[in-house]
Design a protein around this ligand. Structure first.
Ligand code: AMP
Length: 196
């Protein structure tokens, strides 16, 4: 199985690149942000609890997102692999994911990190907010809070995968197709390594 963590701060282009990668590699896309927004839209108890945190740019508790991912892994038992987008966002989430994948006799193949500076991120998110309808993209203060959450709680996840020699960084500024090509280069190398 090919299991990729697509990593990077909010606005780095994870959603855009995930769409292209799932088409090329036939992977299942698991975005915890999308899953949480579906829960909110469906008016579930989980969604209602998550909403106030998300509206304030704060991460939802680890056990909530790990539980959602556990359900999705079971649901897609026959998948050729997964792209994890916006997850794991803390080291305990990364440890939880390793445990879950082990139960499915598989593991993370690699983490690909899209690197974009804070100023560019704010610009991109405010622009996305004009059309996305996402309340957390429409307020500069909230965007800065999300980037701050990323820098303090999420950035250490990169070290977690680097410690397993599974971390690969890609410049997230430039043409979408050029960035995609870079990601594919790393994924093809990971696939080749797995097939050996
Ligand atoms: P995203 O769509 O990935 O930008 O996520 C939007 C919001 O959902 C975040 O600001 C968090 O409040 C919440 N969220 C998404 N994924 C996670 C996660 N893995 N852990 C904790 N909170 C998350």
């Amino acid at each position: 199985m090919l299991n990729i963590v697509l990593f990077g701060p909010p606005g780095a282009g994870k959603g855009t690149q995930s769409q292209k990668l799932i088409d090329k590699y036939n992977l299942v896309h698991l975005s915890t942000g999308d899953l949480l927004r579906s829960e909110i839209a469906a008016g579930t108890e989980l969604g209602m609890k998550a909403k106030s945190l998300m509206d304030n740019g704060i991460l939802v508790p680890d056990e909530v997102v790990i539980g959602m991912i556990a359900n999705k892994l079971k649901e897609h038992n026959d998948a050729e692999g997964f792209i994890f987008d916006g997850f794991p966002r803390t080291v305990p989430q990364a440890q939880g994911l390793d445990k879950l994948l082990l139960e499915h006799d598989t593991e993370i193949s690699g983490m690909l990190a899209l690197e974009v500076d804070d100023e560019e991120l704010t610009k991109r998110l405010l622009l996305r907010g004009e059309t996305s309808g996402r309340p957390d993209d429409q307020n500069e203060e909230l965007i800065r809070k999300r980037v701050q959450e990323y820098n303090t709680k999420t950035a250490p996840v990169a070290d977690y995968y680097a410690g397993q020699s599974k971390f690969f960084a890609v410049d997230g500024i430039g043409e979408i197709d050029a960035i995609f090509k870079q990601l594919c280069h790393y994924i093809d190398a990971l696939k080749e390594k797995q097939e050996k």
